[in-house]
Design a binder for this molecule. Structure first.
Ligand code: F6P
Length: 553
């Protein structure tokens, strides 16, 4: 059986690490005046500089060889053509189909999926135009002014991040709110400011079974009925993005307002589907399509560019070098752009839920490190928070700096300061303070690596390309590690036990471990027996039988 760590290429990379461990990145530049030109590339509106890495040419050659000897070409083709590569869930992985702008059919299980995708796109277009133009009326005949997306994980982070990133394109009469946490203060804080007559809720949930989202949606519906009156039309104020039409209609959503997507779209890859509805409402359908176009361009680049000029492949290989050979545990994401402040959280789920795995696709334990801990926040704030550790701490943390070049009108001076700060940091991490640490123990050692990703401008198209870039980077790493990047059994376990604990709190708590039992006893003191309430008004709106009892949780 093939063992990655025993392969000739892996062993060669290990030796190369021993040989180059003391190399200085700045010496690579001194020895090669063309390094920046050779180690940078442009794809559409994105420019990547990967020259400030502890990466000799020999290392890069071997990393490319690692990719060539992997199943990447085959697995990439399988993903794009709808083969079942999510083996544990027995599904294809087809988020790329959602942004496919090619003309041909895409057959899955003998059926062309493109007509369904196009018809949902059309549904998104019609609905978003109706809401944006004011043609869509609430129960009192007024136009929608506030949109609340209720969802969590992939049903929140993508549209949340993108809507904030593209805030400058937002419809001037619409405000957007994202409720994800099951902590009731989150939804309360949002609802407090809203008028039910002009509020639209999008219940975003692939499964329509996620506890947090269902509880928040029920709370929103109760608030709506209590404030709008029991006869107000839930159907005019609640829509859903879900694969589970039945559960959505049972909730009270009109069938024609359930924006469908499909089991072959993973939650964390779903912002290109109807989960992206808040984006289309915010920036308009044409803007949403531009985002898809940017992602499609990156898909085409990923599919066709040779590995050595392939942006996602290069980023993936550089990550593998640090994780598997240099021993880095984490990857920092630092956007020098306030509009991208949600990007680290989005990438955290994308990367850690995808590649946080310790068995390969056959279920065998792996003997190498897989996905890194992804973290970060915006610069320049980070400079005054965690950068000290990155400069002089004992950890080794590769950094992705991300920024857009074009300043916003009126804040040119700020933007110049933003970009120069970023360049200063990347330089300082690499160069250090250039004093001999034997003479000055407080000097900065330097030799700390970073990539710099520049967007010409933060447009829907470039954002689409940026997200697709990271999706493919994560995919490439998963293929080389031979893991399934598309399941999430750890998360499912947590979801199941949360359900069991709340069901058995009164009766069978004895099944849990002593610590959980002890803690549950403390929780129980605050939650006397009783079932969650369904008010009469809610029951009337949904056809459910009303239940009395105390609210729990
Ligand atoms: O976080 C785990 C997860 O399963 C994600 O993959 C998904 O995006 C999220 O839960 C929410 O699930 P749903 O969209 O079904 O409510």
């Amino acid at each position: 059986m093939f063992q990655l760590t025993r392969s000739v290429t892996w062993q060669a990379l290990k030796r190369l690490h021993e040989q180059t461990a003391n190399d200085r990145i700045r010496d690579y530049f001194a020895a090669d005046s063309q390094r920046f030109d050779r180690m940078s590339l442009r794809v559409g509106g994105l420019f990547l500089d990967y020259s400030k890495h502890q990466l000799s040419d020999a290392v890069l050659d071997k990393l490319i060889e690692l990719a060539e000897h992997s199943a990447l070409v085959q697995r990439r083709a399988q993903m794009f053509s709808g083969d079942i590569i999510n083996v544990t869930e027995d599904r294809p992985v087809l988020h790329t189909a959602l942004r496919n702008l090619g003309k041909g059919p895409l057959m899955v299980d003998g059926q062309d999926v493109m007509p369904e995708i196009q018809s949902t796109r059309e549904q998104i277009r019609t609905f978003s135009e109706a809401v944006r133009s004011g043609e869509w009326k609430g129960y009192s005949g007024e136009r929608i002014k506030d949109v609340v997306n209720i969802g969590i994980g992939g049903s929140d982070l993508g549209p949340n991040m993108a809507s904030r990133a593209l805030l400058k394109y937002r419809h001037p009469e619409l405000s957007f709110h994202f409720v994800s946490n099951v902590d009731g203060t989150h939804i309360q804080k949002v609802l407090r400011r809203l008028d039910p007559a002009t509020t639209l809720f999008i219940v975003s949930t692939k499964t329509f079974s996620t506890q947090e989202t269902l509880l928040n949606a029920k709370t929103a519906r109760r608030w709506f009925l209590e404030n709008a009156g029991p006869d107000a039309d839930v159907g005019a104020h609640f829509v859903a993005a879900s694969t589970n039409k039945k559960a959505a209609t049972e909730f009270g959503i009109r069938e024609e307002n359930v924006f469908e997507f499909w089991a072959w779209v993973g939650g964390r890859y779903s912002m290109w589907s109807s989960i992206g509805l808040p984006i289309a409402l915010s920036i308009g359908y044409d803007g949403f399509m531009e985002m898809l176009e940017g992602a499609y361009e990156m898909d085409q680049h990923f599919l066709t560019a040779p590995f050595r000029e392939n942006m996602p492949v290069l980023m993936a290989l550089i990550g593998i070098w640090y994780i598997n050979f240099v021993g880095a545990e984490t990857q920092a994401i630092v956007p020098y752009d306030q509009a991208l402040h949600q990007l680290p959280a989005f990438l955290q789920q994308l990367d850690m839920e995808s590649n946080g795995k310790s068995v390969d696709i056959f279920g065998h334990p792996v003997d190498y490190k897989t996905g890194p801990i992804v973290w970060g926040q915006t610069g320049s704030n980070g400079q005054h928070a965690f950068f000290q550790l990155l400069h002089q701490g004992t950890r080794y943390v590769p950094i992705d700096f991300i920024a857009s070049l074009k300043p916003e009108p009126g804040v040119e001076e700020h933007h110049f300061a933003l970009l120069t700060n970023m360049l200063a940091q990347a330089n300082a991490f690499m160069e250090g303070s250039q004093q001999d640490s034997r003479l000055d123990p407080y000097s900065c050692p330097g030799n700390r690596p970073s990539s710099t990703l520049l967007l010409d401008e933060l447009t829907p198209r470039n954002l689409g390309a940026l997200i697709a870039l990271y999706e493919h980077k994560v995919f490439v790493q998963g293929v080389i590690w031979n893991i399934n990047s598309f399941d999430q059994w750890g998360v499912q376990l947590g979801k199941r036990i949360a359900g069991e604990i709340s069901e058995r709190i009164d009766t069978n708590a004895g099944d849990f471990d002593p610590s959980t039992q002890g803690l549950l006893a403390l929780v129980r003191e605050h939650f006397p027996r009783g079932e969650p309430t369904t008010t009469e008004a809610e029951a009337k709106a949904t056809g459910e039988k009303g239940r009395k009892g105390k609210e729990r949780g």
